[in-house]
Design a protein. Structure first.
Length: 157
């Protein structure tokens, strides 16, 4: 049997996923079943676009449920702690780039990453470069667009 990947996430994110899965399995699944039932009442299923759309929606729903169940089953809850002064999951890290611009990144698990809001996964190029480093360290980020250097100005947990 192939080992499953673990999905690192906070307890809050885990709880959100469990709640969303419950909604999909109860409320949303009943809604889609009702759509199928209604579409069947329109007659000949071979030429019934409403039925086809409802069945497609059901397939998408079941796929999403299976995906979410896999993530929940393989979730690894991370604690927002690390070695004192070191970057770890849950840390907020203020960095300065080579041009002098400053940004504050939050290091999160892959399920919570949102680069547009400076929430980067510990598996991303920036996350990998920063984890286990401390204030004052200069790190080289090996990104697909090319390497660049960041200086760590502050680490908060």
């Amino acid at each position: 049997m192939i080992a499953e990947n673990k999905f690192k996430m906070s307890k809050e994110r885990y709880d959100e996923l469990v709640e969303e899965l419950y909604y999909l399995q109860t409320v949303r699944e009943k809604e889609v079943a009702e759509q199928i039932k209604e579409a069947r009442s329109f007659g000949d299923l071979s030429e019934n676009s409403e039925y086809d759309e409802a069945k497609t929606e059901q397939g998408k729903l079941y796929s999403k449920i299976a995906e979410m169940q896999n993530v929940i089953d393989n979730a690894e809850i991370i604690e927002k702690s690390g070695r004192a002064g070191r970057v770890s999951l849950g840390s907020k890290v203020t960095v300065k780039d080579e041009s002098g611009d400053e940004d504050t990144y939050e290091i999160v698990g892959s399920q919570e990453a949102d680069p547009m809001h400076l929430r980067v996964s510990d598996d991303s190029p920036i996350g990998r470069a920063l984890v286990d480093r401390k204030k004052g360290d200069k790190v080289v980020v090996h990104a697909p667009a090319g390497d660049f250097t960041l200086e760590i100005l502050a680490v908060k947990h």
